[in-house]
Write a protein that binds this ligand. Structure first.
Ligand SMILES: [Fe+2]
Ligand SMILES: [Fe+2]
Length: 334
């Protein structure tokens, strides 16, 4: 489905501000942290001591914790899917008009990807050093997830995609932050710091994407509102929606992973509702005027949605039975 001219016009207009967004919300390569800043330096003797420390501290962490950390890492490692999806949005032009020239949206996607790539890298190295997980099984899961792709219900529409990324960046901020807090509470200092600094990146990304949407609301309020309501009616699916273990069918591991995250309180339905409320507030949809009748109705629906979802969530119990994953040895099952 091709986009209306107005959408493309809006994308072209906002493109002029994208360099400013890059400067404001992303950090240049030489100034930003790198995975090795968070991990033992194996060029030094002390590095091996630190590996030993990681392995000792890791013994304190429970079964659900490892499952969630593995799935979070795998989600980050499926980054090729996300980059290619965003690069394919209408209004993003991967090929510059002249050789060497970059369309500002494509530049954003590349620079955002460059930052994101450090997350999976960091967590992967940590998991490998921890000695608590079956790396080969995890690697198979990652390869499957990249093979399986995802379908987040946005199509090539930038409006819907920016709703999705606004939502998802805050969701990852919350989950990395909570995992970090749990790790710290159990005395895993290095892991705590790692997750916390990753969460900080996700916060900047969230602030950028919600700003893109806010800017689009200024140019094209009714269409932006309809894109927002459409995404919320479909529900925001997780980027790892299709996650599986070796030998399983597509998506078969997702529910058990999600239940583990809910049991730990790392990411729950209430967080989902909270994100929705935050977006409603930041975009000031209650104050929006000059909407079409349809967009007006969409706004009313979105305003009422958090309460409606809370009433439903209150009635749903989180399954307590732990699934045994191939990723994590079962003798630590608590
Ligand atoms: Fe990330
Ligand atoms: Fe992010």
């Amino acid at each position: 489905m091709a986009l209306s001219n107005i959408r493309l016009e809006v994308m072209n207009t906002v493109e002029k501000s994208v360099q400013g967004f890059i400067d404001k919300y992303l950090i240049p390569v030489d100034d930003i942290w790198q995975p090795t800043d968070m991990l033992p330096n194996l060029q030094s003797e002390e590095g091996f001591e630190e590996v030993h420390q990681i392995r000792e501290e890791a013994k304190e962490l429970g079964y659900d914790f490892w499952v969630v950390l593995v799935a979070d890492m795998v989600t980050e490692e499926a980054l090729p899917t996300y980059e290619s999806w965003l690069m394919d949005m209408e209004g993003v032009e991967q090929h510059g008009k002249q050789r060497g020239e970059q369309n500002a949206w494509a530049k954003w996607v590349r620079h955002w990807t460059g930052e994101e790539n450090r997350h999976g890298d960091t967590l992967n190295k940590y998991l490998y050093l921890s000695g608590r997980v079956d790396m080969k099984e995890i690697e198979k899961t990652t390869q499957h997830l990249i093979n399986d792709g995802f379908d987040i219900g946005t199509g090539r529409d930038p409006y819907r995609n920016f709703v999705y990324t606004s939502f998802q960046e805050l969701a990852t901020n919350i989950s990395h932050k909570r995992v970090g807090q749990l790790a710290k509470k159990k005395g895993n200092k290095m892991l705590g710091k790692m997750c916390n600094i990753i969460a900080g990146d996700e916060m900047r990304h969230y602030m950028a994407y919600r700003e893109f949407v806010k800017t689009i609301f200024e140019h094209d309020p009714s269409e932006m509102m309809l894109a927002y309501v459409d995404m919320m009616k479909k529900k925001i699916v997780m980027p790892a929606q299709f996650i599986r273990e070796s030998g399983q069918g597509i998506a078969e591991a997702f529910e058990n992973f999600s239940n583990a995250a809910q049991r730990l309180g790392v990411y729950t339905t209430y967080d989902y509702i909270d994100i929705l409320k935050k977006l409603n507030t930041y975009w000031e949809i209650d104050k929006m005027r000059s909407l079409t009748d349809e967009a007006e109705k969409a706004r009313d629906y979105l305003m009422a949605l958090p309460d409606r979802m809370t009433r439903i969530a209150d009635r749903i119990a989180i399954p307590q039975d732990q699934h045994k994953f191939k990723w994590v040895e079962a003798n630590g099952m608590v």
